[in-house]
Design a protein around this ligand. Structure first.
Ligand SMILES: C[C@@](CO)(OP(=O)(O)O)[C@H](O)COP(=O)(O)OP(=O)(O)OC[C@H]1O[C@@H](n2ccc(N)nc2=O)[C@H](O)[C@@H]1O
Ligand SMILES: Nc1ncnc2c1ncn2[C@@H]1O[C@H](COP(=O)(O)OP(=O)(O)O)[C@@H](O)[C@H]1O
Length: 304
């Protein structure tokens, strides 16, 4: 096999409940991940050493050395398998960079699956999961896809039962937000308010709404404990959320650590209407519509 291409989806967090900081610097979560139809594509070919080429919006903000999560995935798997050399990696980026939609995690999951295929590793998706978790808390979900509840730091996944499809609008922001900075701001705001959070809690009503395919009920249960921190660091996001609510979005929230904002719509037509409202308000850089849930990282058939 000379080239393998894998596509991997972006995510939105339907619920992100954040516990107190752990001694290792992470936070325990109840993280309800939902994969949406916005994909990065990663192509790998055998090479003497690992290299990265990347194109698409925001590509210039992504490292092309050993700090790139896709490169880290390839190197880690090569070491694990005893493969000499590495992989030439090409990333076609569509997921907003540092946008709270797990683009780096998608690229890492895609590179892991693509290299396993390229090198004939014969590893199942389940066997790739522990390597994915070493690369980042969100990487296992990028492999799994669908809708799933992440415990621990987000890496311990249980697939969720979901009926129906969900229509989303994403408001793209200028620039990104650093995930560690948003978690730190969340801790700071809680300390300032004298709020001592308990362990993160599940929301049975959200899970029931997902099982019933009741988009309106899902919309009312969307929740993100990092939202206040993202708004504190980027106050203009309040205007973005308000612009989507004006067009009667079923729910509106910051996606993960932000700054992308997510809006749940009743139908594809309603999604287009919310997107038009957001663009008219000039509150954001642009919009993307997508549906969920979609599967996780998958090999794209045909020549790489
Ligand atoms: C917030 C979330 C929500 O899904 O994603 P984004 O919205 O940024 O995409 C995740 O928790 C991000 O996961 P990921 O981006 O994989 O984070 P990691 O590389 O594992 O960790 C980066 C840093 O984020 C913080 N972190 C991450 C996960 C976690 N459960 N607790 C944390 O405190 C820590 O400061 C850590 O050093
Ligand atoms: N392949 C990659 N794609 C995007 N970002 C990457 C990648 N590899 C490393 N990074 C770094 O990870 C940071 C977070 O990126 P990303 O995963 O897009 O955002 P988020 O964590 O908000 O979902 C970026 O600022 C970038 O420096």
């Amino acid at each position: 096999m000379t080239a393998v291409t894998v596509s991997a989806p972006a995510k939105v967090n339907l619920r992100l409940a954040v516990g107190p900081p752990r001694p290792d610097g992470y936070h325990d979560l109840v993280n309800v991940f939902h994969a949406v139809s916005l994909f990065d594509e990663v192509t790998v070919t055998a090479a003497g050493r690992t290299t990265i080429r990347i194109d698409g919006p925001g590509a210039d903000a992504v490292p092309t050395d050993g700090r790139n999560l896709a490169a880290m995935a390839a190197e880690r798997l090569a070491r694990r398998l005893g493969v000499p050399g590495g992989a030439a990696i090409r990333i076609r980026k569509r997921i907003p960079v540092a946008g709270g939609m797990a683009g780096g995690s998608a690229d890492a999951a895609a590179a892991l699956l693509a290299c396993a295929e390229l090198w004939g590793a014969g590893l199942s998706r389940a066997e790739l999961m522990p390597i994915a978790a070493e690369l980042g808390s969100d990487v296992p979900f990028s492999l799994l896809g669908g809708t799933a509840v992440g415990a621990g730091r987000g890496e311990l996944l249980t697939p969720a039962q979901v009926n129906g499809g969900y229509h989303w609008v994403f408001a793209l922001a200028h620039g990104g937000l650093s995930t560690p900075a948003v978690y730190a701001e969340c801790d700071r705001l809680r300390e300032e308010a004298g709020h001592r959070p308990g362990p993160p809690a599940h929301d049975d009503k959200l899970m029931a709404a997902l099982r019933e395919g009741d988009a309106a009920a899902v919309g009312t249960r969307l929740a993100n404990d990092l939202q206040d921190a993202a708004l504190s660091l980027r106050p203009e996001l309040a205007g973005v959320l308000a612009a989507g609510r004006e067009r009667a979005a079923l729910g509106a929230l910051v996606s993960g650590s932000g700054p992308t904002c997510a809006f749940l719509a009743e139908s594809p037509e309603h999604a287009d209407d919310i997107a038009a409202g957001l663009r008219a308000s000039a509150a954001c850089r642009g919009t993307v519509t997508a549906r969920g849930p979609v599967p996780g990282a998958a090999v794209v058939p045909g020549p790489g």
